[in-house]
Design a protein around this ligand. Structure first.
Ligand SMILES: [Zn+2]
Ligand SMILES: [Zn+2]
Length: 252
């Protein structure tokens, strides 16, 4: 049975209740108890743990890509070796390794949609650290999906986060509006490509569909080489954006 109709609404339609209020924790798999746990798709214990582990408490992030620094200071080695890019600075929340992979898989493939609320809150925590206060014309820009992705998976996970963020912005000042100003044209899958090949694969494949904000905060699920974020930031700057930040929930 199909529950969503991608063509009509960017892949967010009639989700069954078990997707919206999942029964099992997206991290440890335990049975969820009560509306708060169901509403976040996580048991209270995992939510507390994940809150505490977000954004490397005590660890220094790379000033450019946001990954934690190991023995470097200021900027990580890959960023130091890469040429100047269009992303002014990026932040990441969790490593995309070990048990953390389960978290994203529960959201993307297990359709634990309540995790979207948890992820949106993490994005808001990063936003609180950015110098957006008094910034005129700031907007959140979702990284656009690959064409055909919605048809294949039935929904757009980033667009789903955009809706949580838009709703959160109604209650909380300081959360910029969502601006869906980018579109992605078809390209080969990025999965097996290295940084250079990804850049080449994406060249000219991100287009602007409307006026871009002067200050854009891109958000996406996983940062692998940073090429997708970079291609989006390049398109935004070519169309007039002055500053572009990036937020990715996971880094590979
Ligand atoms: Zn749990
Ligand atoms: Zn870096």
């Amino acid at each position: 049975m199909r529950f969503f109709s991608p063509a009509s609404c960017a892949g967010i339609c009639l989700f069954p209740l078990e997707y919206l209020f999942p029964r099992f924790c997206g991290f440890c798999g335990t049975v969820l108890m009560g509306p708060d746990e169901n509403g976040y798709g996580l048991c209270a214990f995992c939510r507390r743990e994940l809150d505490a582990l977000a954004l490397f408490p005590g660890g220094e992030p790379c000033g450019r890509c946001g990954r934690p620094l190991i023995s470097e200071s200021g900027t990580c080695l890959p960023c130091r070796n890469a040429e100047e890019g269009s992303v002014d600075s990026a932040a990441v929340v969790y490593p995309y390794s070990g048990t953390y992979r389960r978290l994203l898989a529960a959201y993307k493939f297990g359709k634990n949609l309540a995790l979207g609320r948890f992820f949106a809150e993490k994005i808001i925590e990063v936003l609180d650290r950015l110098p957006l206060r008094d910034a005129e014309g700031a907007a959140l820009v979702p990284v656009p999906p690959r064409p055909g992705k919605i048809r294949k998976t039935g929904w757009d996970q980033i667009e789903y986060l955009a809706r949580f963020l838009k709703r959160a912005g109604k209650d909380r000042p300081g959360i910029p509006p969502v601006c869906r100003c980018l579109r992605r044209l078809s390209s080969d899958s990025q999965k097996k490509l290295d940084r250079k090949a990804r850049q080449k694969n994406l060249a000219g494949r991100i287009t602007v569909t409307q006026k871009v904000p002067p200050l854009a905060v891109l958000f996406d699920d996983v940062m692998t080489t940073g090429s997708t974020l970079e291609a989006c930031a390049g398109a935004l700057k070519a169309s007039g954006a002055r500053r572009v930040y990036g937020i990715c929930l996971f880094y590979d």
